[in-house]
Design a protein around this ligand. Structure first.
Ligand code: DP6
Length: 326
């Protein structure tokens, strides 16, 4: 019998970029994210006694976008599954199917939702199939397991705000509970440098020096700004943080770049708007070309204005789903 689970993606405002231990995805610094409830990965698992190894395939469901996994991506995904089976003391082999309801591998944090959903699916299978009424793992424990598969996935276990620090990920209280999310899709193709590779390369940048101190201070300032509902300060911190991360990409050895002409054009338009109005969405970017915007509920007209301005230029992902260019 199939057991199905799903998990949301999350967007970091303070980024996890750089690891002190690659094997366990131990980060160089704390990170902080907002949960993207509507951007989800769906995973279903089923034990099959005829199999001699675990088998993954894309989940074919009309409302989902089938994932394509590279050889390396597949190996990493199945390795995490084996690790989970060992942890949960599950024998035998499984069929695993997964898919997203949003474009993958282009800076919409699909690895966060994929690994969180995989971890949850096998955990749900364990609960449903344990005769002795085994008690489930708590979200903090599941987050720690999921981190081993992909670091950012540990933040997907907490909503809406998640803080990942030295002791693991946890929920954090911030007054803005329901921000609206919009993505300007400047490029939907699969990115040439994976975020796992980016974590390694940024350490070679001269500008990485001081990053940890800089980012920990920025994290404290951002939490304080959001708690005081100082949106202007939050905007400035988020703006500086994603530029900091992308500058590391541009100055690593060898250097690489996710931003394209469309990204730069859109960033300039958005930032000019902010400068005039001194208000607007928080802007951030992941390891990709796309731009994420977060709006307070009272900024509906700004949300609609951006929709009207950018929709002719590029496809958008909004709370209503994927919007093709007009
Ligand atoms: C740029 O979690 O994808 O999205 O641990 O190697 O799987 P691995 O990396 P991953 O890194 C995400 C980095 C980021 C910023 C962030 O989400 O904090």
């Amino acid at each position: 019998m199939w057991v199905e689970s799903s998990a949301p993606s999350n967007i970091a405002l303070i980024k996890y970029m750089g690891k002190t231990d690659v094997k366990s995805n131990r980060p160089t610094n704390s990170s902080f994210s907002f949960c993207l409830e509507k951007l989800r990965t769906f995973v279903r698992v089923r034990q099959n006694p005829e199999l001699t190894q675990d088998v993954w395939r894309a989940y074919q469901r009309k409302d989902l976008r089938p994932i394509e996994l590279s050889e390396r991506g597949l190996e990493k995904f199945l390795n995490h599954f084996s690790f989970l089976k060992k942890e949960f003391k599950i024998e035998g082999f499984f069929e695993i199917e997964s898919a997203n309801n949003f474009p993958s591998d282009c800076g919409l944090a699909s690895s966060a939702s994929s690994y969180a959903a995989l971890t949850l699916a096998l955990h749900d299978w364990l609960i449903q199939n344990s005769a002795d009424g085994k008690l489930g793992y708590r979200p903090k424990e599941l987050a720690k397991l999921s981190q081993k598969g992909s670091g950012s996935s540990c933040r997907s276990f907490f909503s809406p705000w998640s803080l990942w620090h030295a002791d693991g990920a946890e929920s954090i209280q911030i007054p803005y509970q329901s921000l609206k999310h919009q993505v300007l899709l400047c490029d939907e193709s699969i990115k040439s440098v994976s975020s796992s590779e980016a974590h390694v390369r940024v350490l070679t940048s001269d500008l990485f020096r001081g990053r940890v101190e800089r980012v920990e201070a920025r994290l404290q300032h951002l939490i304080e700004a959001l708690r005081k509902e100082n949106w202007k300060s939050a905007y400035e911190i988020c703006w500086n943080e994603f530029w900091d991360m992308h500058t590391l990409f541009h100055t690593s050895v060898p250097s690489f770049m996710y931003m394209n002409d469309m990204t730069l054009k859109a960033l300039r338009l958005l930032h000019d708007r902010w400068s005039v109005k001194q208000d607007g969405p928080l802007i951030t970017m992941d390891a990709g070309s796309n731009i994420h915007l977060l709006y307070r509920p009272d900024q509906q007209s700004a949300y609609e204005e951006v929709l009207a301005e950018f929709r002719p230029l590029m496809p958008l992902w909004t709370d209503e789903g994927y919007l093709e260019k007009q």
